[in-house]
Design a protein. Structure first.
Length: 407
């Protein structure tokens, strides 16, 4: 199968992860794709392919070179975002895109407008895989899986000289648990790349520092007719808490290196309320200041209202991998050299999010991120460029080749 055929096959699997589940993987349907990948890996010659008890797929292509080269890993994730359904995806190919609005679903009046999605102007002439407007597409990250698998098949069929190549496909990346059970020593790579980005000419090694904040608010419910000087409405306290955070830290007002505080959940009643935030910043110093801001607000409100009205818990999620990667930029230079050799002008951007690679980097496996040719992730406007997916495969093969030549 070529990369396009693989991708269209993989998106037929519903692999939506579930942030509320306590199982691993969070949705057992992810195992169906995992098992299919193991079967396919064995069919193309990856004899040791297996899925472990946590739903992670591993496989190795032994080295063919006699040179002493570092082993290289490639990683992608199987799950799709909980933000939208990934069931019964109906992909459609728009051949030689002409730059106009793309009608995704005429019956429902859903179209992808060029004024809303500027990236479309850069895709004129390319073949785009789009949705029917009722589901996401799954390019995040089944495009990455398809590209890695197509690269692996080419390496094996063409009997290219290469070092040890380690492959892994993880569940639950979208709910922040993709590497909770990842076995770095067993994986066997000296360094790796996640293939989970957008533009195929990007190699990204800088991501957010991330934390989550959970806030429990205890109110005092009394009949409103006799509430004077007694009632504490937990919902109003929640509104007060949020109003004390900087308005400019709303993610809708941020871009580039600007951090944010994102209210992801708010519910309750007069007696009790619950709030959940995610806290993000590329700068470690500013990140710590943002977390301290939450604590200061909680302390102030606990002085204004009865003690323990506010119970705040902050948990760090992942850190910016740049701190580790920039100590040895060799694996970044390997990618940039490879990109130039296949006609791409390399660039690096600060990821406004996180990847499995960020956590793996801090677990001892340096792991920057490569693009897939997928865009507008997590929703009905998601699409993938077939030409960019093909270019991604070419890039992965060139990286494998140069890893040997530069040894």
């Amino acid at each position: 199968m070529n990369v396009q055929e693989r991708f269209l096959h993989y998106v037929s699997f519903d692999t939506k992860s579930d942030e509320h589940s306590q199982t691993t993987p969070s949705s057992l349907k992810q195992l169906k794709l995992a098992e299919a990948l193991v079967d396919e890996m064995k069919a193309i010659g990856i004899e040791d392919a297996y899925v472990d008890e946590f739903g992670i797929v591993y496989g190795t292509i032994p080295a063919t070179t006699k040179k002493d080269v570092k082993s290289i890993g490639f990683i992608a994730h199987m799950d799709t975002s909980p933000d939208m359904s990934g069931r019964d995806v109906k992909p459609r190919i728009v051949k030689s895109y002409d730059g106009s609005d793309i009608v995704l679903n005429e019956e429902l009046g859903i179209k992808m407008g060029v004024h809303d999605f500027a990236c479309l102007q850069e895709k004129i002439g390319e073949d785009l895989i789009v949705t029917d407007g009722t589901t996401l597409l799954g390019a995040d990250d089944k495009a990455g899986i398809a590209e890695i698998m197509t690269m692996a098949e080419a390496v094996l069929q063409e009997k290219r000289e290469h070092g040890k190549i380690c492959l892994a496909f993880t569940p639950d990346e979208e709910v922040g648990r993709g590497t909770d059970h990842f076995r770095v020593p067993e994986f066997g790579a000296d360094f790796a790349y996640t293939v989970d980005g957008g533009e195929v000419d990007c190699v990204d090694y800088e991501n957010f520092n991330a934390a989550s904040a959970e806030i429990q608010i205890q109110g005092l419910s009394i009949h409103p007719g006799s509430a004077k000087d007694k009632m504490i409405n937990a919902l109003l306290v929640a509104m007060e808490f949020h109003s004390m955070l900087p308005v400019q830290k709303n993610p809708a007002y941020t871009e580039g290196y600007e951090g944010f505080n994102h209210l992801t959940e708010l519910h309750g009643e007069c007696e009790h309320a619950y709030m959940s935030y995610i806290i993000r910043n590329h700068s470690e110093e500013l990140f710590e200041q943002q977390k301290a801001e939450f604590q200061r607000i909680a302390d102030y409100l606990n002085q204004k209202y009865p003690e323990n009205t506010i119970q705040l818990q902050i948990h760090d999620s992942y850190a910016n991998m740049r701190t580790i990667i920039e100590k040895d930029m060799q694996i970044i230079e390997l990618v940039k050299t490879s990109m130039k050799q296949i006609g791409l002008e390399p660039k690096s951007t600060a990821i406004r999010g996180g990847t499995d690679g960020a956590r793996l980097t801090y677990d001892g496996l340096p792991c920057p991120n490569l693009g897939t040719g997928g865009y507008n992730y997590h929703g009905k406007y998601e699409f993938a460029s077939i030409q960019e997916m093909q270019k991604s495969v070419e890039l992965l093969l060139k990286i494998v080749e140069n890893n040997v030549q530069e040894a």
